[in-house]
Design a protein around this ligand. Structure first.
Ligand SMILES: C[S@@+](CC[C@H](N)C(=O)[O-])C[C@H]1O[C@@H](n2cnc3c(N)ncnc32)[C@H](O)[C@@H]1O
Ligand code: SF4
Ligand code: SF4
Ligand code: SF4
Length: 448
């Protein structure tokens, strides 16, 4: 596909929006089907969209069309497939062997990688050999130690899942399969940041993603319980969603431990992404980017939607059997969806000192009012402000190190030096400026 450019109309301004050279489409070849019933899951109820479907599976001809279009429509020489669900292991290994054959058939000199997101409960030796042989990067969902994980992550029959997941992780280790972890931050887990962080390190996760749970539930009977902001007036935030300030405290606590001890040894996605924004690079994560629209989702029947979190009628882009992915991703509808992230920001965000790092986060979470009464502020705003403020001196330092082509991990040594000065301050009882460089007196800042 050529790097075309279209003039599009958005409000009363004309903008050039290039047809994306690269994009991602999360593949849900089993749709919302899953062996678990995690209380907070936003995907399970999508089954209600397909009342007549008994078998959820992207058929071979649609799978082939998806793979072909996904490879051919992108200019990039390296293509990553992201398999998700529902629970993709329920399709069996042979399904993914077929997918690999099709990837080879259409690769045409491009390199192909595969990421596979699973709840980990169905992992077997056979799966591990398959992952290892084909270089899959496996993402395991686990919310923390047993009690914290099992609170919401349960089977359809209400059984706990922790032990099954840990068996899966043991097998991954046995076969030396690379894996990362995805842990949600909800009303319960938000209270235990360090227990969770240390636990994840202990099970061998070197790359961690923490995803805040923010879901609204309709207050009246509806086909769907979880709703977008379009229904917000009828909806309330679910009890399992994370409190914004608790989310901020959660991030600060883990950041504090990480920045002192673990930089470059453990990767925490939100810290990496924040640093990228701090040095003006693309964050590589949509929620902290300027616009959306580069990450669509394909369902088990070939239907494509604007985003994994917007699988609603209004965000339907087409079916892969009729329209190419490139066309759908470059469509006016998707372009408008992408730009709306930037164009719908309230003044409060545009004037915010952390706008460059936050960009108002995900539009699905923008359903509260700003202090001056404007709609569209992100529900998590207070938490993000807390985190960005806390991280600022350390991000500034790491950004400077990068600018000088030195390792950001030097921040750990810098903190040690500052801390020893801090001890000296305490001993002398002096009212010095704070070691963190905030410009405040130590007693008013970190010395509180
Ligand atoms: C929908 S699941 C699908 C793949 C697989 N079944 C699994 O659990 O990893 C993908 C990820 O989304 C997370 N998730 C579920 N509900 C969520 C929600 N309401 N908000 C944010 N993430 C959520 C899950 O915990 C999981 O890590
Ligand atoms: S395992 Fe994944 S898809 Fe299944 S209910 Fe839990 S979060 Fe949802
Ligand atoms: S709506 Fe949210 S999840 Fe979807 S692309 Fe935009 S920022 Fe990402
Ligand atoms: S921190 Fe709050 S005000 Fe600032 S950009 Fe993010 S959501 Fe907007």
């Amino acid at each position: 596909m050529k790097n075309q450019s279209k003039t599009i109309r958005f409000g009363d301004t004309h903008r050039h929006f290039p047809v994306p050279k690269t994009f991602s489409v999360i593949a849900k070849p089993i749709g919302p089907k899953c062996n678990l019933n995690c209380t907070y899951c936003y995907y399970l109820e999508k089954e209600n969209f397909y009342p007549d479907t008994t078998k959820f599976k992207l058929r071979e001809n649609a799978l082939e069309q998806f793979i072909k279009s996904y490879i051919q429509d992108q200019e990039a020489g390296h293509i990553t497939f992201a398999w998700q669900g529902g629970e993709p292991t329920m399709l069996g290994v042979d399904y993914f062997k077929k997918a690999l054959e099709l990837q080879k058939k259409y690769a045409n000199g491009k390199t192909i990688a595969n990421a596979f997101q699973t709840n980990g409960t169905y992992i077997t030796d056979e799966w591990c050999s398959f992952f290892k042989d084909n270089g899959f990067l496996v993402g395991i969902s686990i919310d923390g130690p047993e009690k914290l994980n099992d609170h919401y992550r349960r089977t359809k029959g209400g059984e706990p899942t922790f032990r099954k997941i840990m068996k899966g992780i043991e097998l991954l280790h046995k076969h030396q399969v690379e894996f990362n972890t995805l842990s949600v931050v909800n009303d319960l887990t938000s209270q235990y940041p360090l227990e969770i962080y240390r636990f994840l390190k202990s099970i061998g996760s070197t790359f961690m993603q923490f995803i805040p749970i923010v879901e609204c539930s309709a207050t009246q009977d509806d086909n769907l319980k979880l709703v977008t902001e379009a229904y917000e007036k009828k909806a309330h935030v679910t009890e399992w969603s994370v409190d914004p300030e608790k989310y901020g405290e959660f991030l600060c606590a883990i950041f504090d431990e990480w920045v002192r001890n673990d930089v470059a040894r453990y990767f925490v996605q939100i810290f990496d992404v924040t640093l990228a924004n701090w040095i003006g690079q693309s964050p590589g994560l949509c929620v902290f980017g300027d616009t959306c629209g580069r990450a669509a989702a394909i369902e088990h029947n070939g239907d494509v939607y604007s985003c994994d979190h917007y699988v609603y009628e209004n965000y339907y882009l087409g079916n892969v059997m009729d329209t190419s992915l490139g066309e759908m991703l470059a469509s006016q509808k998707q372009t408008d969806f992408g730009l709306a992230k930037r164009n719908s920001l309230p003044r409060y965000c545009l004037q915010c000192e952390y706008h460059f790092a936050c960009h108002g986060e995900c539009p699905k979470n923008r359903f509260i009012k700003t202090p001056d009464g404007q709609d569209g502020l992100n529900y998590l705003c207070k938490g993000y402000k807390m985190f960005f403020k806390y991280a600022t001196p350390f991000m500034n330092y790491m950004a400077k190190e990068l600018e000088k082509k030195r390792a950001p991990a030097n921040v750990m040594q810098w903190i040690k030096q500052k801390e020893s000065k801090k001890i000296a301050y305490n001993k002398l009882g002096r009212n010095d400026p704070c070691f963190c460089g905030s410009g405040l007196k130590y007693k008013k800042c970190h010395g509180k």
